[in-house]
Design a protein around this ligand. Structure first.
Ligand code: FAD
Length: 574
């Protein structure tokens, strides 16, 4: 007698029902039961480096998905399992008599290790694994194969893409879902303590029901921030497939915006609304399918072009071109694996002897060629992170990032260039860690890749093109409205001083209700009616010159593509 498939559908990077090749493969098995699950993978949410805003977005996505699953089958929902997949899945295979495990392909370095482990465990348990690509326009591994190595330029992506099948058209969402089976099972407390997320606070709990895989109420419910002991989110941007599809539809309803989109001409100072799509967090969590984004956009461009010859923008600056950048970084990571996210041993990342702030005390992990003596770099790093550099444009962006979890691409350029080769000369990896904590859209490949680009250590080599924190924002926003919103203490400053408030006469500073003094690390308000905004932490023109000279020297010494300095210890003379 043939056994009807009993399927675990493991949601990870695809918190949606529309255009899910993995879910379609699961449904094509005509299963007897289908359990839609999400496992509490400590690494998936990056353990300690995830702020409340990204937690909130994830929970939003889970709640929306769960509701949409229940609409298709009132007995079903998203079953959230509070344990790491490596330990919980073998328990479920047995307890729920699973025959198939189905999921979307994930080429992140950690995910590959995890999936390798899970696949071995599944094989041992006699479970069939089905894995489908749906996270990128092109399968990153195929992109790398055709390119003959990591994709480091957009031209390489475009040329490889020509040799690959066209991006598949999106699949419709299913109209119904099978029942889940019985979800009860015994928890064997004699097994090793599961790998629970440290943020979640479960480890300290004495209450054994808290340790349960099914959550405090034993019902596999989506957690709340409160349950997790995480402070409330501050972002106005909310997650979930329903919002993602609505936001995409709203954008598509304006063909002129879609078809004439040009990234370099989109204002980084724009807010309410921002000048780009802000769909990146949805792509990160998979609440929006990238293939739907691509085809809805491409169809709009084609139809617009028929009506307005020559007016539509083209890749890579147009909207579909932006998606190719995403694929480029995924291709680079798929090929370089764990090495991609760091400078050490990364064959494609140029070594630069950055300052290493001392708060990162594990100096043994770094070559001694770093200029680790810089006490100033410590202070600069803290001021950059807390939005108190004394440069209102940089501070506004960092405060927007911390409170809202998203900043415009050119805003990211500005703060990343400032921290690295265009101001502080601090290691890009330190900046990438801050982004990892605060971005809603944090994507291992895109974050590391873009930081390498901005620090001119890979992908981009024009290190002499440095963003000014004064003239660059003024090109977009003469009045400084962006600064007035995110650095409200400067709200009464006239446009003339908005990007250089330290130049204003002290009497005027007082009359505008904010004086420029101190380093901003202690407090931003002096307890009286007059507020305080910090002095700039350095003379920008001076630092720009120092950075330029240092980069020039580093470029002249380093043989790009092999990183010999890291290995042979010959960097000291710099
Ligand atoms: P749009 O301009 O509307 O573009 C549409 C989509 O294209 C985006 O949603 C995104 O998925 C993709 N895209 C656009 N530009 C890029 C790019 N340069 N690299 C990769 N994908 C791109 N993007 C992330 O998704 N996650 C990150 O962790 C991330 N970290 C970054 C760090 C730095 C230092 C910099 C400079 C950029 C980073 N980016 C990252 C890329 C880019 O800034 C964001 O993708 C973009 O700003 C998201 O806003 P949007 O959805 O409005 O983009």
């Amino acid at each position: 007698m043939t056994v009807k498939p009993r399927v675990l559908y493991w949601f990870r990077t695809d918190l949606r029902l529309h255009d899910s090749p993995g879910l379609k493969a699961a449904l094509d098995l005509y299963p007897e039961v289908l359990y839609p699950i999400w496992t509490w993978d400590p690494q998936y949410v990056y353990n300690t480096r995830v702020g409340p805003n990204r937690w909130q977005f994830l929970i939003d996505c889970q709640n929306d998905l769960s509701t949409n699953i229940t609409k298709l089958n009132s007995k079903s929902k998203l079953f959230v399992l509070r344990e790491a997949p490596q330990t919980v899945l073998p328990k479920l295979f047995k307890a729920w008599r699973i025959t198939h495990l189905v999921f979307e392909k994930d080429t992140d370095a950690y995910a590959r290790d995890r999936d390798h482990e899970v696949t071995n465990l599944a094989k041992k348990a006699g479970i069939t694994i089905i894995c489908r690509q749906g996270r990128n326009l092109y399968d990153p591994d195929e992109l790398v194969d055709i390119n003959g190595g990591p994709t480091m330029t957009i031209a390489q992506v475009q040329s490889a893409a020509k040799k690959l099948p066209a991006v598949p058209r999106p699949l419709p969402a299913p109209l119904s879902l099978p029942d889940p089976g019985d979800t009860s099972f015994e928890i064997d407390h004699s097994l090793p303590e599961p790998l629970l997320d440290r943020n979640a606070g479960y480890r300290n709990s004495k209450d054994s029901s808290y340790m349960s895989i099914a959550g405090p109420n034993g019902d596999f419910a989506v957690p709340t921030l409160k349950e997790l002991g995480i402070t409330p989110a501050t972002t106005p941007h909310r997650g979930g497939e329903s919002i993602a599809l609505k936001n995409l539809a709203d954008l598509i309803s304006d063909p002129n915006y879609i078809a004439t989109f040009s990234k370099p001409e989109s204002a980084p100072t724009a807010f309410s609304p921002q000048s780009t799509t802000l769909l990146s967090p949805h792509l990160h969590f998979g609440s929006l399918s990238i293939r739907k984004f691509y085809w809805d956009t491409e169809d709009t461009i084609v139809s617009f072009s028929k009506r307005h010859k020559g007016k539509a923008t083209v890749p890579p600056t147009n909207l579909t071109g932006q998606l190719l950048f995403r694929d480029m970084y995924f291709g680079a990571q798929a090929s370089l694996g764990h090495k991609f996210g760091r400078m050490l041993d990364n064959p494609k990342c140029r070594f630069i002897p950055w300052h290493l702030p001392s708060i990162y005390d594990d100096k043994t992990a770094y070559p001694t060629k770093y200029s680790i003596d810089s006490v100033e770099a410590d202070i600069w790093f803290k001021r950059w992170q807390s939005g108190t550099t004394g440069f209102p444009w940089i501070d506004g962006l960092m405060r927007q990032l911390r409170t809202e979890g998203w900043i415009h691409h050119l805003g990211r350029h500005a703060v990343a260039c400032f921290l690295t080769r265009g101001g502080c000369y601090i290691d890009w990896e330190r900046g990438a860690e801050v982004f990892e904590m605060w971005l809603l859209d944090h994507e291992v490949a895109c974050n590391a890749g873009n930081w390498q680009w901005l620090s001119a250590t890979a992908f981009f080599s024009q290190y002499f093109r440095i963003y000014s924190p004064i003239t660059f924002p003024a090109k977009w926003d003469k009045n400084g409205d962006f600064v007035r919103k995110y650095v409200p203490e400067l709200g009464k400053y006239p446009a003339k001083y908005i990007y250089e408030p330290w130049k204003a006469p002290i009497a005027d500073q007082k009359s505008w209700g904010c004086v420029i003094k101190g380093d901003g690390l202690d407090s931003d308000v002096n307890g009286l009616d007059i507020k305080v905004y910090p002095k700039p932490m350095f003379d920008f023109s001076e630092r720009r010159k120092i950075c330029l000279d240092a980069m020039k020297k580093a470029y002249s010494v380093h043989i790009f593509g092999d990183n010999p300095e890291v290995k042979d210890g010959s960097w000291q003379e710099l």
